[in-house]
Write a protein that binds this ligand. Structure first.
Ligand SMILES: *Cc1c(COP(=O)(O)O)cnc(C)c1O
Length: 819
């Protein structure tokens, strides 16, 4: 039932040239050589982009792939591989998917809009899966590459497809339309996301509407599109509105009742109702879109109401958290299907912090496959993932236990029996992936395994980290390496968690401030070369034992290291030479270079890997002349050193803003710091290519009514202008929310509203003026995120974003997300 085509059929479909070594049957399309599970039947598309696809062909070949789509014959002496040659590899992938789509006549819903696509898709899936066999994009695979890979999954058992399409530039939608070929269209919320790729919001809308050009029916918000293009009106439109009763579905009454949201509407001249189990604005709008779509597809109002009330949160994210007994927990307890299992296993394999890896997996539902075919696929993924233990929960998975080739397997009939035996499994020092279908309630397992966090957490979005890394990669001249600065717990964002992602995404070097930080990374399984900026002579033994590379910045330090190397019979040890070109912190100054060269020339104990210096104001225009002077004196210094050494070294001077503003100073490598974490004074805030990766959030512990005459907090510094309300939240200066934020200087987001602090910040708590906000105990409060930026907090108390980030204390639990 899976898509199967022979290589020769595919060659015809994509009009490729090239010789076929073996006419293999293909079931899987891959674009990332690191994600190869099922080698023999995989077809690898060597997409060129930021990462040149051809570099990865050799990698894919070593992993057993024998069929490739490429834009030129690679320079490889192999006879058992097929290279299908096409002018454009992405176009080939897209036309193969479009061809595959044409083989089926199922109903296909195409979803576009700027927000809510994934939620609406997943909710429609929840709402209609009782009677439909649905195929949909995994997660939010909605791009020029993600859509073809999603559509490729259609099989003959499916009777409904739900695919979202995302675009960021003109001309992209035509391509996605040709692949998805929807007959029903849904337009979700239109906001400002990706506006920068288009001349105007109208152009963006026009472009999005191209998805619907062959749709028989279109669902959209009438209020948003009163000027809906005429040619679209010729289609059957199902409109919804919260303002005008001429819409097909007119929502005329909305009330929030105890955490839920009750709506009444007019539909076909009857009054109908619907209860949504969410109350935030975005969820309500997405729920109305789903309501309208279900009605448009012929569901009765009663069915809609009954099902919408049971909608559940859609979590597309994997969460990486600290667990009990020194375990790391990857929590994906909310959904389970083959695609998301593959993604989660892949994330598990990126984790190097523990030797042992364990998977807790429930039965998988609604795959559209026969059970034996399903579990054969599941077993193939698991057997390739090199895990140490498999804990299966449910009757079906146990029935196929012979398929699993894992050193240790355990099976339980249901979640309660696993919970009963959990202690006896002795989970410790391992990375555990928890993945279950919703009905198995695996959140109970995750609750039992995850360390209790105090309710203030720093969330780190690892996908954003990767996007930021790519943002800077795109700014580099060819061949320039990246050293990622992960000192001070990656600017407060984590240790091995961040480093694992950077290693997997192939940065060249890491840098830490002190030896201990480097040791922590090595113990977390990081194998990249690591430079230590401030190596302490007392720790040289550990530095060498953990293969860390010292930066030598003074004659004293240089001599100490040489003496150590002599005593330990070490030769050619990799070191880095730091030049002071104007920072006047540490480093060899211009007048010292000659002496340094004399010493380097005769030294067998070390090998200079790199020479570097640091810019003091690369982001500040008023200091550009000084920056130029620094660059010139850096050039003089490294020329002398390279002459003396007689070999080339890696030369680097640019930090984050240096990459952006001084492209000619990239030399062989750049040192990317705060930009990775989403802050760069030299990048305009409108450039959405760079996004903050961290969200600091806390919760309300109590709400109080306070008369104007009362004072609030220590030293009676706080009061309200009129009678009002305050909320006490679980964050204080011991968490890094400095006292300077007190008395109205700092602001936090409470249910979407920015409110000021009142009174002094205390050690573990502080108070907010919430007189004008609807708020309840337990509600979430945002200290900073992509909306309330770190940069603003820095301005409020007269500091820099670096300090805000690194201040978040270690007591605040870090939780990592990966989509
Ligand atoms: C911290 C640091 C960097 C990174 O600077 P950003 O401005 O955060 O990019 C680069 N080089 C050295 C020597 C550093 O100490």
């Amino acid at each position: 039932m899976q898509a199967t085509y022979t290589v020769s059929q595919i060659k015809g479909i994509i009009s490729a040239s090239g010789n076929i070594a073996e006419d293999i049957t293909i079931t899987i399309l891959v674009t990332d050589s690191r994600r190869i599970n099922n080698r023999a039947t995989s077809l690898f598309f060597a997409l060129s982009g930021r990462r040149n696809g051809h570099e990865f062909i050799a990698d894919a070949y070593t992993r057993g792939v024998r069929s490739f789509v490429v834009n030129s014959q690679p320079d490889m002496a192999v006879t058992d591989a097929t290279f299908l040659i096409v002018p454009d590899v992405l176009t080939a992938l897209q036309s193969l998917a479009a061809y595959h789509r044409k083989q089926f006549s199922l109903d296909v819903i195409g979803i576009t809009g700027s927000n809510g696509k994934t939620i609406v898709k997943e909710w429609l899936y929840q709402l209609m899966c009782p009677e439909k066999n649905i195929v949909r994009n995994p997660k939010s695979y909605n791009s020029q590459i993600g859509v073809p890979l999603s559509v490729w999954q259609i099989n003959s058992a499916n009777n409904l497809g739900i695919f979202e399409a995302g675009i960021s530039r003109p001309a992209e939608m035509d391509k996605l339309e040709a692949i998805i070929q929807p007959n029903i269209g849904i337009l979700t919320h239109m906001g400002t996301a990706h506006d920068e790729g288009f001349d105007s919001p109208e152009q963006k809308l026009q472009e999005k509407l191209k998805l619907f050009k062959n749709c028989e029916q279109i669902v959209y918000n009438y209020d948003l599109l009163i000027d809906f293009p005429d040619d679209m009106r010729e289609r059957k439109c199902f409109t919804w509105s919260r303002k005008f009763n001429i819409a097909t579905l007119y929502v005329f009454s909305e009330t929030s009742i105890s955490g839920k949201y009750y709506m009444r509407a007019i539909y076909k001249e009857e009054e109908i109702e619907c209860l949504v189990p969410f109350k935030d604005e975005a969820s309500i709008e997405n729920a109305i879109v789903c309501w309208a779509t279900m009605l448009a597809l012929g569901y009765t109002p009663a069915q809609c109401d009954e099902r919408i009330e049971r909608l559940t949160n859609v979590s597309m994210r994997l969460e990486l958290k600290d667990g009990i007994n020194d375990c790391s927990i990857i929590d994906d307890s909310y959904n389970s299907d083959i695609q998301s299992l593959e993604i989660a296993l892949n994330f598990l394999s990126q984790q190097n912090q523990h030797q042992k890896k364990t998977l807790i997996l429930s039965d998988i539902y609604q795959s559209g496959l026969q059970l034996n075919a399903l579990y054969e696929q599941v077993a193939r993924l698991i057997n390739n993932a090199k895990i140490d233990r498999l804990i299966g929960v449910g009757n079906s998975i146990a029935e196929y236990k012979e398929l699993f080739d894992v050193p240790k397997t355990y099976f339980f009939t249901d979640t309660p029996s696993l919970l009963k035996d959990l202690v006896r499994l002795h989970l410790h020092e391992e990375t555990i992936l928890i993945k279950g279908s919703r009905s198995f309630e695996f959140e109970k397992i995750s609750r039992a395994l995850v360390q209790k966090a105090h309710e203030t957490i720093l969330e780190i979005n690892l996908n954003t980290l990767i996007n930021n890394l790519n943002f800077y990669k795109a700014k580099l001249q060819p061949g320039v390496k990246i050293m990622a600065m992960v000192k001070a717990f990656s600017y407060g964002s984590g240790t091995f968690e961040v480093a694992n992602v950077l290693q997997y995404n192939k940065v060249d070097y890491l840098a830490v401030a002190y030896t201990d930080e480097g040791i922590a990374l090595r113990e977390g399984g990081i194998e990249l070369p690591i430079m230590v900026l401030n190596p302490e002579p007392l720790a040289f033994d550990k530095l060498v034992a953990y293969k860390l590379e010292p930066a030598l910045y003074s004659f004293t330090l240089y001599d100490e290291f040489i003496k150590f190397a002599q005593d330990e019979l070490i030769s050619s040890y990799p070191v880095h030479i730091k030049i002071d070109t104007g920072m006047h912190r540490v480093g060899f100054e211009a007048f010292e270079i000659e002496t340094l060269c004399d010493m380097l020339e005769i030294n067998p104990y070390i090998r200079v890997k790199s020479v570097y210096s640091h810019l003091v104001a690369s982001d500040a225009e008023e200091h550009d002349l000084f920056t130029l002077k620094q660059i010139t004196s850096f050039e003089n210094a490294f020329r002398q050193i390279e002459d003396a050494l007689g070999y080339q070294v890696i030369k680097h001077i640019a930090n984050t803003s240096g990459i952006t503003r001084w492209p000619n100073a990239q030399y062989d490598m750049v040192r990317l710091g705060i930009g990775l974490y989403g802050v760069d004074g030299a990048v305009s805030r409108d450039d959405t290519g760079l996004q903050p990766i961290a969200t600091l959030k806390t919760t309300v512990s109590q709400v109080k009514r306070i008369p104007a005459a009362e004072t609030i907090g220590y030293m009676r510094n706080g009061s309200l202008k009129a009678d009002g309300k305050i909320a006490t939240v679980r964050i204080g200066y011991a968490d890094g929310y400095l006292r300077a934020f007190g008395n109205g200087v700092g602001k936090m987001l409470v249910n979407g509203v920015l409110v000021p602090t009142v009174g002094n910040i205390t050690m573990d708590m502080c108070m907010l003026d919430v007189s004008n906000v609807e708020v309840r105990e337990g509600d979430e409060v945002i200290v900073f995120n992509e909306q309330q930026r770190i940069e603003e907090l820095a301005l409020q108390i007269g500091t820099i974003p670096y300090e805000i980030l690194t201040n978040v204390s270690q007591r605040v639990k870090r939780v990592y997300f990966y989509e």
